[in-house]
Design a binder for this molecule. Structure first.
Ligand code: ATP
Ligand code: MG
Length: 396
């Protein structure tokens, strides 16, 4: 049996005059995601994108294709439908076979038919009634409930075929990438930053990921873990530009030359943001993104965040700022990054950390200390220049 996906557009349908550009972005993103999986026909009408397999390879890849499409932002709801001939017998047989699991599990149901092709011999009311009767014969435990049915069997008669499905399910929501522009996310191996990346991509931001590694203090396995996180994110964003910055020299310099080690973390974070800023400018990004959450650790107090922000001029988006760790973890599980994030490898942010970091650093002290580190800027420039770029794709 052939299946198709009907994806209902979400918030983007409220966009008035710009709506077409949102729709085009959504279609383009869906096409990119389906590219490797055969020939597909995409067609948008009345806030819905119809996605149909057109060759054998596409048919064989249907499940994988739908999973991919359902990670594309902009889709508020979807239904998977079976495609069949436009005659009553085929429609009945398809409904009985395709929806058997749902029909067996439900106690009450109704049929809702839509007839776009007016040449079909039964009108919508007649088709609903007749199909309802056939389903009652096939599943005698069912009762019809037209007001609050557990299951609504939908059938649509369209130009070229008929479709049968069991109503809509919730989609990923959000807006198509990159209708909100581009931003650079500071991606660590932790739980928070992949969630932050996901949340902002969901609002239609195209992402560039920047990861800081400090070999030999951080291992190749730690780097591979973050690369895996980037790949998982690319399932939502599409091909993801990914920069790995070797931060060792700047970090050793801070460790060896900063007289007040309780300021180490805040100075390091300022330095990382400046490097991310340089990459962001090159990549035409208009903001930075981090996974910080208020008061989670010493470097995430308001004073520390303010001292960090002052280091560069791009806005820093922190979608996790008001979330508890448990809430962030829930999202990480849902989007599939959690299991990778908890692999126990070191991160460069946690090496050389002082035993008692300053939780309320004063900006004037921070600036004074930074001014006494004349080589830092050159080390940052060098780390930026030597950053290693890859385009990460979900196909690996
Ligand atoms: P996460 O759970 O995302 O690792 P965290 O709890 O480890 O965050 P911090 O180490 O304070 O928190 O880092 C705060 C934020 O700084 C991260 O969410 C991430 O955006 C950024 N960050 C930390 N380490 C790195 C790194 N090695 N490379 C790039 N960004 C980093
Ligand atoms: Mg964190």
């Amino acid at each position: 049996m052939r299946e198709m996906l009907m994806a209902t557009m979400g918030e983007m349908t409220l966009k008035g005059q710009n709506r077409k550009s949102f729709e085009n972005a959504l279609l383009k993103n869906l096409r990119v995601r389906l590219q490797a999986l055969g020939e597909w026909k995409l067609h948008a009408a009345q806030s819905t994108v119809y996605i149909e397999p057109c060759d054998e390879r596409a048919v064989a890849n249907t499940t994988e294709a739908f999973e991919r499409c359902l990670r594309v932002f902009g889709i508020a709801a979807f239904s998977r439908a079976a495609i069949c001939e436009k005659d009553f017998e085929s429609i009945t047989k398809t409904a009985v076979d395709y929806l058997a699991p749902q029909l067996l599990a439900a106690k009450t149901f109704k049929v809702a038919a839509k007839r776009a092709d007016k040449s079909f011999p039964l009108n919508s009311m007649e088709l609903s009634r007749e199909l309802g009767g056939e389903l009652l014969l096939a599943f005698p435990h069912l009762k019809v409930d037209v007001h609050t049915p557990e299951l609504t069997v939908m059938t649509e008669i369209r130009e070229t075929a008929a479709y049968v499905h069991a109503g809509k399910q919730k989609g990923p929501g959000g807006l198509p990438i990159p209708t909100s522009g581009r931003a650079a996310v500071l991606l660590s191996g932790g739980i928070d930053s992949p969630v932050a990346a996901y949340q902002m991509a969901k609002r239609g931001l195209g992402l560039v990921a920047v990861h800081f590694a400090s070999p030999p203090y951080t291992s190749p396995r730690a780097a591979a873990k973050v690369q895996t996180l980037a790949r998982l994110l690319s399932g939502y964003t599409g091909p993801l530009p990914y920069y790995v910055v070797e931060y060792t020299k700047a970090q050793e310099y801070l460790r060896d030359q900063l007289p007040k080690q309780e300021y180490f973390t805040v100075l390091m974070r300022r330095s990382m943001l400046r490097i991310a800023h340089r990459i962001a400018r090159r990549e035409e990004c208009l903001a930075l993104i981090t996974g910080e959450s208020l008061a989670q650790v010493a470097s995430q107090t308001l004073q520390a965040l303010a001292a960090t922000d002052e280091a560069q001029s791009l806005p820093v988006l922190r979608p996790c700022i008001g979330m508890d760790k448990a809430e962030i973890t829930d999202v990480a599980r849902r989007i599939g990054t959690f299991e990778t994030s908890i692999l126990p490898y070191e991160d460069c942010c946690t090496i050389f950390t002082p035993p008692h970091p300053r939780t309320k650093p004063k900006l004037e002290d921070v600036l004074r200390l930074e001014q006494a580190l004349p080589e830092l800027e050159a080390l940052e420039a060098q780390a930026t220049e030597e950053a290693v770029f890859t385009l990460v794709r979900e196909d690996g």
